[in-house]
Design a protein around this ligand. Structure first.
Ligand SMILES: [Zn+2]
Length: 75
């Protein structure tokens, strides 16, 4: 199973994880159904896309918390 992490703000790829583990081991089971739908996408080939945040955007958000209200602020 391949997990692809990317930044939800700038769409930058954060990393890939190609492992044979269960979703429960990733802690994804702890998410509410709504969180899961917002954060995780699946495709038919077994890829899992996880929306996260990259270091750059995390730092930007720390400096400019107002951007928190916008889903995408760098294009
Ligand atoms: Zn980013």
């Amino acid at each position: 199973m391949a997990f692809h992490y990317y930044c939800r703000h700038c769409r930058q790829k954060i990393g890939d994880l190609d492992v044979d583990i269960d979703r429960r081991q990733l802690g994804l089971e702890q998410l509410s159904e709504q969180d899961e739908q917002e954060m995780i996408e699946y495709d038919k080939r077994g890829n899992v896309y996880i929306r996260s945040i990259c270091e750059e955007c995390e730092q930007a958000l720390a400096k400019f918390p107002d951007y928190h209200e916008q889903d995408t602020f760098i294009q």
